[in-house]
Design a protein around this ligand. Structure first.
Ligand code: KIV
Length: 274
């Protein structure tokens, strides 16, 4: 197989495991719509997460709690239509899986049937193991999420770094192993100390994707609106902005408004004369 064709092989949960085994880092971004998903996929991203951060960056809510299962399915279906290569993972939103494992499975089945995505992600450790096991019985791959879990923001009270204290770090390590043993194909670690994240990634055979968890993990994920500088009032230490689209788009729109006001737009070549 040529390099070009292997680059365009569809990414699967299996290929992510192979990437970890050969030490190749995994790239992951969030996506919520068709147009962005197309661009990110064509640029070679390995995993697209239809994150419940859509609640913040698409809908303008303060937390991820308000977004509904129907809304997640709408975003996920839009992403699926834009993607040829990336693995598409969808967040189970708050309230769609915590009740019991049957509800978790029903929510997952709706996501898979109605959007065409490839896997789901849910937040939590030992308290969600039964749900994970039940989802796996339906043949749906599950990604875990530990550390800062934004759906529990009212329990934590802040978005600061998690697991700095030994007791919480030990619990996180136990949970990480329990998620792997339950059958999760990968794990997100959010906003925890880098040495702890490295230790977890090294001790697990499944890929560990970090956000604010340092460089010792198997891959990285960022919220695409943060990474492209569309959001501009959010400055966590872990965030690297690759563009400042807030300014770029603002500049383009100011230019457009001014061209309309001055009569510069449309020009003679931008109209139909017959
Ligand atoms: O919803 C989301 O964007 C996420 C990432 C921060 C991992 O869960």
């Amino acid at each position: 197989m040529s390099v070009a064709s292997s680059e365009f092989r569809k990414v699967t949960t299996h290929s992510l495991r192979e990437m970890k085994e050969r030490g190749e880092k995994i790239s992951m971004l969030t996506a919520y719509d068709y147009s962005f998903a197309r661009m990110l996929d064509a640029a070679g991203i390995d995993v697209l997460l239809v994150g419940d951060s859509a609640s913040n960056v698409m809908a303008g809510h303060q937390t991820t709690l308000p977004i509904t299962l129907d809304q997640m399915i709408y975003h996920a279906g839009s992403v699926v239509r834009g993607v040829e290569r990336a693995l598409i993972v969808v967040d189970l939103p708050f309230g769609s899986y915590q009740g019991n494992s049957k509800e978790a499975l029903q929510s997952t089945i709706r996501i898979m049937k109605e959007s065409g995505a490839h896997a789901v992600k849910l937040e939590g450790g030992s308290e969600v193991l039964e749900s994970i096991e039940r989802i796996l019985t339906a043949g749906v791959p599950v990604m875990g999420h530990l550390g800062l879990t934004p759906q529990s923001i009212y329990k934590f009270g802040t978005y600061t770094v998690r697991a700095r204290e030994e007791e919480e770090a030990e619990r996180l390590k136990r949970d990480a192993h329990a998620l792997q043993d339950a059958g999760c194909f990968a794990l997100v670690l959010e906003k925890i100390p880098a040495p702890l994240a490295r230790e977890v990634a090294t001790s697990l055979s499944i890929p560990v994707i970090g956000i604010g968890a340092g460089s010792g993990v198997d891959g990285q994920v960022l919220v695409v609106h943060d990474m492209l500088g569309i959001t501009h009032e959010f400055h966590p230490r872990f965030l690297r902005r690759y563009l400042n689209l807030y300014e770029e788009i603002g500049g383009a729109v100011r230019h457009y408004v001014s061209d309309i006001k001055s009569g510069e737009f449309p020009g003679p070549g931008e109209q139909y004369n017959t």
